[in-house]
Every structure is written in structure tokens, then in C-alpha cells.
Design a protein around this ligand. Sequence first.
Ligand code: ATP
Ligand code: MG
Length: 150
Amino acid sequence: MVFKTTTKSNKETKELGAKLGKLLKAGDAVLLDGELGAGKTTFTQGIASSLNIKGEVTSPTFVIAREHKSLDNKANLVHVDAYRLSTLAEISQLDLTSDLEESILVVEWGKGLVNDLVDQPIKVRIIHSDNENEREIEIDATDEILGKLK
Ligand SMILES: Nc1ncnc2c1ncn2[C@@H]1O[C@H](COP(=O)(O)OP(=O)(O)OP(=O)(O)O)[C@@H](O)[C@H]1O
Ligand SMILES: [Mg+2]
């Protein structure tokens, strides 16, 4: 199922990310698709705000992956910018200290990479609209998650 909505500010995009973040558990993966400046990092910051993690989420453009440790022994957040990866499988070759099965993986991809790493990723597509501060956001996830997101 796909849930579609429009956000009118970066704050609204963060809030949507936060809502999704509350529903995530260890082993979940979120793939964020969207052009440069669409709001992928902004959405990730929202997810992070719902997880009790260490450090601020910033754009990982110059590093491929950034790991944020959980402050309460729950899932770590692994935030990846796949811009310079050619397949998602390369994530498994990154030198991560977190075990992905015990983490929440958020990947900014933007290139429509075929998912070949995780079974059922939650897919988020962020699309610019004519209005500068407006974004169309489509979330493709299980009925269970979408039911709670609305
Ligand atoms: N509705 C909105 N949702 C998200 N961001 C918005 C919105 N309106 C304006 N913005 C602005 O768009 C920019 C989004 O930047 P962000 O770094 O999140 O994009 P990105 O998709 O991660 O880009 P990159 O491809 O460079 O990683 C921010 O400057 C943000 O303030
Ligand atoms: Mg980004």
C-alpha cells in the first residue's frame, strides 16, 4: 500500500519522519528516494528524533555511512548516503560496527537502486512541487505501518 501526502514545510516533513520513526524497530530499513535537496536528510532527522540516539543527523554526503548509537540500548540508527554506491549490497561491505539486524537502516539513495539488501524496505519518495516549500511524499510500507501513520 502507498500513503501519499503533501508537506508544506521542512517542519512538516520532520514531523512525518518522526511519526514513522515511532513505528520502526530493529532490522527495519527505510529507503529514501528524491532529487538533491528534496528533503531526504530532513525526513531522516525526523526519524532520528523518535529514536533516542546520540549525535545530530546531518547530510552524510562526504561520508557514506554514519552510525548513531542508541542511548537506551535499543536500535542504533545507521544513516547511509548511497549516492556513491552502485548497489545497495555494497552497504554490507561498509565497515559498520552496528549489526544491521539490530539497527534501523536509513538510506538516502536517489538513484532508484534495486533493493537487494533488505527484504521489505519501507520506501519513501519525496518529490518537489511547484511551491518552493511544498513536497509530495509517498510512503510504501506494510498495511500495519500505514494504518498507524495516518
Ligand atoms: N516541505 C519540505 N520538506 C522538506 N524540506 C523542505 C521543505 N520545504 C523546504 N525544504 C528545504 O529543502 C531542503 C531539503 O534539504 P535536505 O538536505 O533534507 O535534502 P536531501 O534530499 O537530503 O538532499 P541531498 O540529495 O543533497 O542529500 C532544506 O533546506 C529544507 O529546509
Ligand atoms: Mg541528504
